[in-house]
Write a protein that binds this ligand. Sequence first.
Ligand SMILES: [Zn+2]
Length: 135
Amino acid sequence: MANSRAGFGAFITCRCPKCGEGKVFKNSVFSFGHFSDTYDECPICGLSYEPETGFFFGAMYWSYALITGTILCGALLMNYLGLWDYAIVGIMGFLLLNIPIIIRYSRMLMLYVIYPLMYKEKFYGVLEGESDDEE
Ligand SMILES: [Zn+2]
C-alpha cells in the first residue's frame, strides 16, 4: 500500500519513517560529537531523509518542547518526592545527560510528524488513489 508508514517501535529504535527498517543515524547515541549524524537517505527503501535544505532546522522547535516538558515533569516529580531544594541541580543534570537523546528524538519527530504532512509526494511517492478522485 502506498500510504504505509512505520510504527511506534520503529520511531523508538530510530528507524526510517517509511519502511521502518533502515537506520536514520550513522553513529551510536554515545558517539560524542557525532550522535546526530544522519544518513542522506534510507539504506533500505531510499527515502531521502532531508526533503529540502535545512529541513532539520525545525527540530529546534521539537527540542524546545521536549526540554520544556522534561523541566515541567521533573519539577512536579521533585516536588512530589519532597526534593524541591535539589530541583535545579537535579533537572539540569538530567537534561545535560540527555542532550543527545533529546536532539536525536527532535529529528525523529521531524521525520515522523512533519515529513509526511508537508512533503506528501516525496514521502509517499505517487499516491495511488489520486487519479480515481477526478471522476
Ligand atoms: Zn526506509
